[in-house]
Design a protein around this ligand. Structure first.
Ligand code: MLT
Ligand code: ZN
Length: 465
């Protein structure tokens, strides 16, 4: 829990203190620094207070106060975001959902859970597992990310290729709009043909329209036992044909990739063994149903024969599968101390070969002075391109230098019909580049919608738009 808030000294502080008891309101500098940011390292947290509502009514009262003052609000979930979407830089009040973390209802026949926004993704996964069910949206940060944040960014992760994104599992949600109205969207219904579905507008809106306070989340049957394979590939361009061959033979639940440099970083940070006898420039990590083992083995042989794979290893136990997954899932954390400039791009999977060739050529010459770390969810077209800050560079000139190269990369992304943010969101980091993925007409409509939901602009200012 936060340290106790100091006494308020201005009118806003007094109004907040009237809404929240001292143990759920803090202005202590260490708390402001902690709750005032997400996992991006480029921005300085400077909120004026952090509050921890426990009920929808408290959230409504807070939003109404924000409109009356005026006061700006920044929603905060597990703070695992990577685009600055939950950063409070200018004296905003951070609204943390850490205390709204209850499962409210479970309907087994409908496989439907109603929960508060602050439920941790991993806790929801565990809740499903205890009932013989499965919540399939998963990523390395699921132990701390929250459902509300997953909804705000339409989080994806490692099994999108089979199960889709957060959007596909949200059957309803409750939003407190920027005007302080409570919208109960879709109520967990499967069928509801009554006009605009605000639920889908809110998913991915990055807290700019209002605060998601509750969600109806769908669960499914657990998958059959899975196997994991890691293949070593001779070059970037070998990855799409490997995907193609496996997709045709075996039902995949994940198809990830990482470069040799990414592997070196995670191995050093976590003291892990290499997956294969010889180092390879790139690696593909595949997960598939155990019943498809023979088909997967045939696909592997085909990749070897064609020269798309040089070697491979297959998990023989769940523990071994977890060790192989650690090679991929540990990368992000292992490079975090190097203040990476994160690119989270996607292109249509069928455009991947041409895009990879052009991107490889561009990046190979664009950053001669920096280490470039590639990894991602290549099976769904999502590539994470991380530029690592050298120890002797300051953060500001490094960010500036990276931003100089971004237009050329994003032009390439746009040329291939891709997106400048596949799953991390736009936040602050990619806001000025939104035009590479959304037309002027779309951005104008977004601004119009923002005004309708949040007429006084109190919600997450400066993010996305
Ligand atoms: C990942 O795929 O590891 C996450 O999106 C985090 C990251 O991109 O660093
Ligand atoms: Zn990712």
């Amino acid at each position: 829990m936060p340290s106790q808030a100091g006494p308020g000294t201005d009118a806003v502080a007094d109004a907040l203190a009237a809404l929240f008891p001292p143990e759920r309101l803090t202005r202590v500098p260490a708390d402001l620094a902690h709750w005032g940011r997400d996992s991006t390292t480029a921005y300085r947290a400077a909120p004026s207070a952090v509050v921890f509502p426990k009920t929808v009514d408290e959230v409504v009262a807070l939003v109404r106060l924000a409109n009356a003052e005026p006061l700006k609000l920044v929603p905060s979930g597990g703070r695992t975001g990577l685009s600055g979407g939950a950063v409070a830089e200018h004296g905003e009040v951070v609204v943390s959902f850490d205390r709204m973390n209850r499962i409210l209802d479970f309907k087994p026949a409908e496989r439907l859970v109603r929960c508060e926004a602050g439920v941790v993704t991993g806790a929801l996964q565990a809740f499903a597992e205890e009932r013989g069910l499965f919540y399939p949206v998963d990523f390395a940060s699921s132990g701390s990310s929250q459902i509300g944040g997953n909804i705000a960014t339409n989080a994806g992760g490692i099994r999108v290729i089979r199960y889709g994104l957060t959007r596909d599992w949200i059957a309803g949600l409750t939003l407190v709009t920027g005007a302080g109205d409570v919208l109960r969207c879709n109520n967990g219904l499967v069928k509801n043909a009554t006009g605009y579905d605000f639920r889908h507008l809110v998913i991915g809106s990055e807290g700019t329209l209002g605060l998601v306070v509750e969600a109806d989340v769908r669960l499914t049957a657990p998958p059959e036992p899975q196997r994991v394979m890691v293949l070593g590939c001779p070059e970037f361009s070998a990855l799409p044909p490997v995907l193609d061959v496996f997709q045709q033979q075996a039902p995949l639940s994940a198809f990830e990739f990482f470069s040799d440099l990414a592997l070196a970083k995670v191995r050093t940070a976590r003291e892990l063994h290499p997956p294969l006898g010889e180092a390879c420039p790139f690696y593909a990590l595949l997960e598939f149903d155990e019943s498809a083992l023979e088909a997967a083995s045939r696909a592997f042989e085909r990749c070897l024969d064609s020269g798309w794979a040089l070697d491979g290893v297959l998990s023989q136990s769940d523990a071994q599968a977890a060790k192989l997954w650690a090679l991929r899932e540990g990368i992000s954390e292992s490079i975090a101390p190097q203040t990476p400039y994160k690119n989270d791009i996607s292109v249509p999977v069928s455009d991947m070969p041409a895009f990879l060739e052009a991107a490889d050529a561009l990046i190979g010459t664009a950053y001669p002075e920096f280490e470039v770390c590639w990894y991602g969810h290549i099976g769904d077209g999502n590539l994470h391109l991380n530029i690592l800050k050298p120890a002797d560079w300051q953060a500001a000139p490094f960010l500036e230098r990276c931003h100089e190269v971004s237009p050329a990369l994003f032009e390439l992304v746009a040329k291939h019909g891709g997106s400048i943010s596949a799953e991390h969101g736009v936040g602050l980091l990619k806001r000025d580049f939104l035009g590479y993925s959304r037309s002027a007409e779309e951005v104008a409509l977004m601004r119009g919608l923002k005004r309708v939901f949040d007429p006084n602009g109190v919600m997450n200012p400066g993010k996305l738009l």
